[in-house]
Write a protein of this length. Sequence first.
Lengths: 601, 323
Amino acid sequence: MIRFIKEEYKKRSLQWTISLSFTAISVISIALMAIAFYTRSINTIRTNTIKQNDQIVDQVSWNLNSYIRNMMSISDTMCYSVIKNRDLTNESISKEMNLLYEANKDNLTSIVCATEDGAIIAASPVSSRKSGVDLKKQEWFQNAFDEIENIHFSAPHVQNIFDNSSYRYFWVVSLSRCVELTNLGNVRNGVLLVDMNYSGIEQMFDKVNDGGVGFVYLCDAEGDIIYHPMQKAIYAGLVKENNIDHAAHEDGAFSEKFDGQERDVVIKTVGYTGWKIISVTPLSELAIDMGQTRNYLLMVAIFVLLLIIFGNNIISYVVTDPIRRLEESITYLEEGALNEAAMNEDDIYIGGSHEIRHLGRTIKSMIRQMKKLTDDMVREQKAKRKSELDALQSQINPHFLYNTLDSVVWMIEGERYKDAISMVTALAQLFRISLSKGNNIITIHDEIIHARNYLSIQKVRFKNKFSTSIDIDPAIENCATIKLIVQPLLENAIYYGVEHMDGEGEITLRGYEKDGDIYISVSDNGMGIPKETLDTLLTDKARSRGKGSGIGLWNVNQRIQIYFKGDYGLIVESELDEGTTVTIHLPKVPIEEYRKEESGR
Amino acid sequence: MKYLKGGRGLIAMVVLIVIFLVTAISQNIWSNPKSTVRKKVSFIAYGDDSERWENMREGAGLVCEEKEADLVLMTTLLEDDVNEQKEIIEREIEDGADALIIAPCSNEIKEYIDSKKLRIPVVFAESDGSPESGRRCISVDDYELGYSLGSEIAEHESDIVTVAIISENADIDSVAFREKGLRDAIEGKIGKLINWSRNENEETVNKRVFIQRALVSEATDVIVTFDNSTTDALLDALENLNQKSKVYSISTSNKAVYNLYNKEIIALGYSDEFSIGYLSAMYALSPSEAEKKYPDKEAEYRIVRKENMYDEDNQTLLFPFVN
């Protein structure tokens, strides 16, 4: 995988690589920042919520304490200021009880004073007692005698003492205590009941739970729920609450998982009653805020990322464009522009930062040097080629001279002075053409004259052992040819074709135009060339070691190809016992045109 | 924008920004989450006594509050006015109710709802229905409730006692199931079973008057009622006639609870209407959550006597908190 990524990386442009790398780094950085910020925000939200709930719990606790103290003060007033030391045989407590009730009736349902037998001594408001109700069996009554010095708070319950014909019922929290009742000087225990209106507590908590996240509920020390916003649903078993555990828990804040929910809990115990105010904040409710924060962060991160991608693109472009343009100009050079005459080193791009400008200038200088070196090489190559050609030609001159002088010597020895004079004359004419004012390129006309002279010399030497025929198309006579290329072919035709023939030899020289090219063929009717020899005739290895200088066909072919290139050169065809034809293939270039081009160079 | 290769980069940027904006809008991140549109749940019941539905409304209301939906309670003027209930349903659908909770006054309402093929969730409260019917019905097991009350009669009354059953509102399937359960429970265990039902001439007679006539015309030891309005009418009739009788009743009215302690009602079958409302709303607003949390969707019922009505468990059921 890493290898694949590396390979892919190598294939991409520098701009792409820079842009992608910066983007990847940006994505990682932004993601890490966003995660860190999100985590921090979430923790802050949770901490703030806990703090806020702590404050709410404190506030509720304070309110509830005030409420309970108020109720307790009613109980205390009744107990110590009204009931205690009053002989109930002669005096009534109803008046004071009614006054207290009237003063606090918003928070009270009733005040009842009963004997330890369950008989009601006084009650406010005045109402008919339900038939069959036995106070002694009621929980609040029994609690009062458990610890007689204490005030006891009951769980919420429906008051079941007085009749209410309007079918109303009252949920109350009973505050009961044992009191001393005096009758005719006899003191015996009784019970004072102050029924706190449950709706007072309910309203207090409803206000707190109205809005905001989470909820606050109240339970007693045993975990029995006194108030809960979902109280009915809890009673119906539709909703669960961790009230038993909360009641056993110490005051403070903590997190818990209950019924599949993560929750932050704050607990505070209300003094005297042992009730617990519990604030619960399910994280799912905070999730709205968390979701907001997450979405906000996500959107900001995406937006910033878009800007960074855009910025990366621009920066990578600005950084890499000079390199790209420099690379393009170098690619142009690579594609061969270097050899074009139009190529100018000024085409090399120089721009961008100083490093790239320096690089451009260096490349430009390098190209200038390369171009100079290349020119030098071309010049040297041309010189080399010319010197090689000159060498080749210089190889011909002694070869030809050797043969001719050999013939002249042979004639003089045979006292054939006339023939020798004729041959020397022909030789002189041959050299005149050979010199050609130093030109290597001459007309076909001159070359043929040269061939004629050569043949006339050889015919004398070989005592007219062979006959010759020359047929040159006048249309090609004014065309250019390399000088001294026909003569070696004639020489070969003589030495290898007709010299050792029993009958009369025949050498035919033809010049003609075909398909826009010039063909000059030399044919003999000699013994022909074996195929294996024929195949190697034009190679370097075929250089003759026999008669002559051994430079015949190979030399001529090389010269033609050096001057004219392409498909030009020699074509050798031979049949054993039939003869051989060697054809020179030349481009058709009038001598004037050639000289014009030559002077243009 | 030549920096971005001939406009392709620009198009890509525009596309990305559009995606960004669409996502931002769809995520609703710039707006207050509490400003989202609240759903409307219509609770359509029957009878002009809206207090009759208070417990159920409160249960449904708790869920609606939790799910940020609005609950609207609509009742008919008459208990058995099918057409009016249909009209209310029509009106609520037209008004864009997102879910319906219907306490049908007749089985005809269920068929009517089936025929409408509504796309919004419909829950039948206090109505029995098998899962095969495809209807979502939330109620107590009314047959069992009736059977339990009948068992109470059989257990506490002598085997020669005469029991009168007041067959009112028999169109309401919960009432029909209760009656059937009770009949099955007392069959062969009592002296005589008489049926007080209206004849053709009494169709329009006031319920209390009809019961008074029955009380006067036929002597009985035990009287049984199966719904709130009939129970209240019976209690009124007994009071008017200053007559004493043993009443076994299924009702959730305050009057019935009051009379359970003070007067005639010997045993009261009491269903947990708060739970019915709660579950109905839960199934109406979040069916999958309801299926997961409350797969056994029946509400609870109790048979309560004077002796145990103030027990801790019973008092929370019989005396709901009044918020």
